[in-house]
Design a binder for this molecule. Structure first.
Ligand code: SF4
Length: 207
């Protein structure tokens, strides 16, 4: 397993501590967000990272302690958001990704490493894994692999439970709906275009 982390291999992205999850030259970064103490795994441009000096200063100020001390959440639950793909079947003008069909999807190998890393950090807490994009519904097979692999790995780990959620634009096929139903996805974060403002989003819980 080639996961480089801690100290010299950690970086800072918009003030957030990050570790590298890499396979065969494919680099994905796992960020610890300060908002919900989530971990977000995705591909981000190298030039979005802070300079070495800013990194050193942040390290001195304890920016990476959340990882070292496993202080990920206060409610015994750790959340991880996996950016499965940059591809999307919409073309929203406000898109933060400028999503195009030519975008890149996460490889299965990186997906596995990200899940393994999440399980390792979660310890004996509950785990919630969110599929994010782009539009994760475009990658039905990868979504299925996310669920299958996570369930298998969690069963052999101290993690108390594992639940899934997805952030989607709702333009998804029956195959993806079947995956959500069969695996009892707890939350569907559903966003759509609202002509009066910009966007409206809704969470369907326990459906
Ligand atoms: S649905 Fe989301 S990812 Fe797709 S184009 Fe719109 S904002 Fe971007």
């Amino acid at each position: 397993m080639i996961i480089n982390e801690c100290n010299d291999e950690m970086k800072l992205w918009n003030g957030l501590p990050a570790i590298l999850i890499e396979d065969n030259g494919e680099k994905n970064w796992a960020f610890f967000t300060k908002i919900d103490n989530d971990i977000v795994v995705g591909r981000f441009p190298e030039n979005d990272f802070y300079s070495k000096e800013q990194y050193e200063k942040a390290k001195e100020n304890g920016a990476f302690n959340c990882y070292r001390n496993r202080q990920i959440s206060e409610n015994n639950t750790m959340k991880v958001v996996l950016c499965l793909t940059e591809k999307c079947n919409c073309r929203c003008r406000y898109c933060f990704l400028d999503a195009e069909n030519v975008g890149i999807s996460m490889s299965t190998q990186v997906l596995h490493k990200a899940i393994d890393k999440a399980i390792e950090i979660a310890g004996n807490r509950h785990l919630i894994i969110t599929a994010f994009g782009g539009e994760p519904g475009i990658e039905g097979e990868l979504l299925k692999e996310m669920v299958t692999y996570a369930c298998k790995q969690v069963a052999a780990s101290p993690v108390k439970s594992c639940n899934f959620s997805i952030s989607t634009n709702g333009i998804i096929g029956d195959n993806v709906i079947d995956i959500l139903l069969e695996n009892k996805f707890k939350s569907i974060y559903y966003g759509w275009w609202n002509p009066r403002s910009t966007r409206f989003s809704k969470t369907l819980s326990q459906w």
